[in-house]
Design a protein around this ligand. Structure first.
Ligand SMILES: Nc1ncnc2c1ncn2[C@@H]1O[C@@H]2COP(=O)(O)O[C@H]2[C@H]1O
Ligand SMILES: [Zn+2]
Length: 909
């Protein structure tokens, strides 16, 4: 029996093998495997269980075609696999000779369309272009690239956004890797271009500049005598590739988010080091696609295994494990660098240090990274809010501040690791890093104290304000013009909204100047005080922006991280700005025109053939079996989390701004000057490899913790509610990575209300009752006491949570046979190694910052309320049968029902 599949035909020139599951053949439980022969593109139906396909093959793509229409429709539609629109769309893509724009990387993010000047090396201008970029400022920055006070933003600006390939090609030359491995410079350039392309330029933090930064840090570490004298060329190459690819195709959200949203990557990697597994496999894909792998065939296996192990070590939830091991080695003086295994361990530690080394950079650079990473956290929080998920503590822009996040991160994550690293190295470099770290930490502490102080002041002022207002109300007097010498404010506007503009951590109690005033009225608000009940949603965007300015002037004073207009605001408020703007356009404040503040490009108008993946449990299990080549019940259970997959992040209107535009053009180091770091290592050769060990804190310094959840929530099949599908489709129509805060408040409320309504009917993401023993045990660092917190169903059963934010680190499940617990939800992580930072954790029962206050803004209560969903009741329907397929299709994008799981890389070499 042969069957021609429209989709396979359409993409047959792009993919050699295609696996096609026809969702319409329910009951028969049959799926198709289409083998596309390069010579003869005839599509053959092979088997229902094509386990002979290697999931790791770079040219395999798994496709499931969905047909979830009600029975009648199903009969009608059985005859075909794709809607006409889909076929047209796919054929046009295929026949135009272009690849699917989302083909290479699994997170399906919006690809960068802009051709960078140095991108193509296939034309004859290539050598000239290569030469060009090595001139001038680039040369200058590269000359100082071995020094610690490195500014990746500066290199990115100087290279026109090509810092990643420029740095890596330079380092490959510098280390003599090109000659040693007889590599082709064009292929190497291609390799790093592919890697660069795989980073989402739209992520505030996890973008190619972060990769450049980490690679440069790794380069510094590799120069340390204690390390460099023992390294083989293979180890150097593996270290550099691992460093540059360690976050490849990072979606800008963390693992718990991927699990909570049933992302296919979470299933693929069984909720274990999901991102890191994806990063290293993507790196291998780039090696293959660039053909560099071919040149390295004798050592390829070794290289890949080292890259894999190095990247997997960057899973920050494994930090306690590494700290303990490192500490033991140091204490027992066992780190013999002649031993390849120990050398590899040190390289793992080096990469881990490089990955979180931004707090050890000079303040101006370090501060920038801090703002960016928090920006990304807050965006995730916004996504969570939009999706009706519990908002992860450190991602909650309304309850957290950058200084707070930074002080905790520095103390509990960075210091323990760098103390040991310093103990191991004990060189000029390590001293310099520790010095920066200490100074930067002090800066953040100071800022945090100022925030606390300012908050106390405003609390007092608010209390007196309330008293006055209450008295006024009692007397039925007209509202006084002044309270405490300041013009009084309106009583009906909630303060909360202002926080939407203020990513930098203003507490809701900061006096703000609100009214329904338009921008022109704003100046008068300088002297007004806000009430808790004020409805800031009503504020026009311009008002919000001006308020930020005002606040900075009269409430926060000269706070360095807020004072830097271009950097601080463009970064931290860049998204805030847009968020404020877009929110208020909905809020009726009259500031809608500010939407235009975002640049507009044709790019936004091009519809994208983005593909949402929706599968049902049976087919997900089959798919998982294929991927893993096994049929264990556990994996089948895991596969059920494939029941809903969505293109992530929610695609929204966005005009991409390259980070180089906010990058430190002004930070360029003049060629004539030194890079300005007094603490920089003077020359590689002048350094000595002292073996003394001092100053190291133990692994337990910041240490902590264990958490366990028995995870016995039951996972039921999920099928998308039609309405929800429609919402998702609407999200998908929009483009990626706009700050979700840019959605209007009303929109967010609408969405969240609606999603919440839907969620009340569904599955395990609702809170799991505390009575069923489904709880998480936290052990406080250094104190040994435990706290039991009821876990929400959507929260991975074994996640760590710090008492405030970071004070706890997960080190894994207490029970080693956790994987075998049949009752565990399939979307929950097996390993439970969800740590603090990279895994800003979902808070099942978020402790309130302060005692309950009846004057709290009602929107906060609403948020809390919205998190209290029922644990059960209702179906796990992802695509309900209550709505006809036609009506669903009418709303959705043409490509939505097509579900694609691409394992590894697609496309011909
Ligand atoms: N300055 C910082 N503040 C808070 N978290 C950070 C900071 N730098 C790095 N991180 C977190 O540490 C993680 C290390 O691994 P990733 O780069 O994947 O993601 C990083 C962030 O989640
Ligand atoms: Zn990283």
């Amino acid at each position: 029996m042969q069957q021609q599949c429209g989709f396979c035909a359409a993409v047959s020139d792009m993919f050699r093998r295609i696996m096609c599951f026809n969702g319409s053949r329910r009951g028969s439980d049959q799926s198709y495997y289409h083998e596309l022969d390069n010579d003869d593109p005839q599509i053959a139906l092979v088997t229902a269980d094509p386990t002979n396909v290697s999931p790791h093959s770079p040219d395999v793509i798994y496709i499931r075609l969905r047909d979830d229409s009600p029975t009648d429709d199903r009969c009608r539609r059985r005859s075909r696999l794709l809607s006409e629109g889909e076929v047209v769309l796919l054929e046009s893509v295929a026949h135009s000779g272009k690849r699917l724009p989302n083909g290479r990387f699994l997170t399906m993010h919006k690809r960068r369309r802009k051709k960078l000047t140095t991108r193509s090396l296939s034309n004859e201008n290539a050598p000239a272009l290569l030469d060009d970029i090595h001139h001038g400022q680039v040369q200058c920055v590269l000359k100082h690239v071995w020094k610690w006070p490195f500014n990746a933003f500066a290199l990115d600006t100087a290279t026109g956004g090509r810092s990643l390939p420029v740095l890596c090609v330079h380092l490959f030359h510098w280390y003599g890797l090109m000659e040693h491995f007889k590599l082709d410079v064009v292929q190497v350039w291609k390799l790093f271009s592919l890697i660069e392309e795989g980073y989402h330029s739209t992520n505030p933090y996890h973008n190619a500049i972060h990769a450049t930064d980490v690679t440069q840090a790794m380069h510094c570490f590799l120069q340390e005598d204690k390390i460099k004298n023992f390294l083989t060329p293979l180890e150097i190459m593996a270290s550099l590739i691992a460093a540059v690819a360690h976050d490849l195709d990072h979606p800008g959200v963390n693992q718990p988010f991927l699990i909570a949203t049933s992302n296919h990557l979470a299933t693929l990697y069984e909720n274990t080091s999901v991102l890191e597994n994806h990063h290293w496999r993507s790196a291998v894909g780039c090696l293959l696609e660039s053909h560099v792998a071919e040149k390295l065939s004798p050592i390829r296996q070794d290289l890949e295994s080292q890259i894999s192990s190095l990247i997997l070590a960057t899973d920050i939830t494994r930090q306690p494990e590494f700290l303990k091991k490192f500490n033991d080695y140091l204490e027992n003086d066992e780190l013999d660098m002649k031993d390849p295994e120990l050398r590899h361990f040190i390289l793992q530690i080096a990469l881990k240090c490089a990955d979180i080394s931004n707090p050890c950079r000079p303040w101006d650079v370090s501060r920038k990274w801090s703002l960016k990473v928090c920006d990304e956290f807050f965006r995730q929080g916004d996504y969570e809010r939009q999706l009706g998920l519990p908002v992860t503590d450190i991602c909650d822009r309304y309850n957290n501040t950058v200084p707070k996040i930074q002080t905790v991160f520095f103390k509990f994550m960075v210091l323990p690791l760098f103390n040991l690293w310093h103990k191991f190295l004990d060189t000029k470099l390590s001293h310099s890093m520790m010095e920066n770290l200490t100074k930067n930490q002090q800066q953040w502490e100071e800022l945090r104290q100022r925030e606390n102080y300012e908050e106390q002041l405003t609390d007092v002022s608010e209390a007196s304000d309330r008293a006055v207002v209450a008295a006024d109300a009692d007397d039925m007097q007209p509202e006084p013009e002044l309270v405490d010498g300041l013009p009084n404010r309106r009583g009906s506007l909630p303060a909360v909204m202002l926080e939407t503009v203020d990513k930098m951590g203003r507490r809701h109690s900061v006096p703000l100047n609100l009214s329904r005033a338009t921008a022109t009225q704003v100046p008068s608000m300088d002297t007004k005080l806000r009430r808790d009940s004020l409805g800031a949603t009503m504020l026009p965007p311009s008002t919000l922006l001006v308020q930020v300015e005002n606040r900075r002037r009269f409430t926060l004073g000269q706070i360095p991280y807020l004072e830097e207009e271009e950097e601080g605001l463009s970064l931290s408020l860049g998204s805030s700005r847009s968020s404020g703007l877009q929110r208020s356009s909905d809020g009726g404040g009259g500031g809608g025109s500010h939407k235009d503040d975002r640049p507009v490009s044709a790019e936004n108008l091009i519809p994208e053939p983005s593909i949402a993946t929706i599968t049902n449990p049976a087919e997900a299990s089959r798919l998982c079996n294929v991927i893993h080549g096994v049929t264990s019940p556990v994996l089948q259970q895991a596969a059920r989390s494939l029941t809903r997959q969505q293109t992530f992040p929610p695609i929204q209107p966005y005009v991409r701004a390259r980070y180089l535009s906010t990058g430190g053009g002004s930070d360029l180091v003049p060629c004539s000057s030194s890079s300005g770091g007094t603490s920089a290592v003077s020359t590689a050769s002048s350094r000595t490899g002292s073996t003394s060990s001092e100053g190291g804190g133990g692994a337990g310094d910041g240490g902590c913790v264990v958490l366990v959840g028995n995870g016995n929530g039951t996972k039921r099949d999920s099928v998308l509610d039609a309405d929800r599908a429609y919402k998702l489709a609407r999200f998908s129509k929009e483009k990626e990575n706009v700050d979700p805060a840019s959605r209007t408040n009303a929109e967010i409320r609408r969405n969240s209300n609606h999603v919440n309504q839907i969620l009340t009917k569904r599955r395990g993401s609702a809170p799991v009752s505390g009575g069923n023993g489904d709880s998480t045990v936290f052990i406080m660092p250094g104190k040994g006491h435990e706290a039991t917190i009821p876990r929400r169903g959507s929260v991975p059963s074994d996640f760590s949570k710090q008492s405030t934010f970071f004070k706890m680190v997960a080190i894994g499940p207490l029970s080693t046979n956790g994987r075998k617990q049949g009752a565990r939800r399939s979307s929950l992580p097996y390993d439970s190694n969800i740590g603090l930072l990279s895994s800003p954790l979902v808070s099942p029962s978020r402790p309130e910052r302060r005692g309950s206050d009846s004057s709290r803004p009602s929107s906060r209560r609403r948020r809390r309320k919205s998190m209290k969903r029922r644990s059960s009741g209702g179906s796990d329907v992802l695509l309900s049968t209550g709505q006809s397929m036609d009506s669903f299709l009418a709303h959705r994008r043409g490509s939505l029902p097509v579900e694609i799981l691409a394992t590894s890389f697609s496309g011909p070499h």
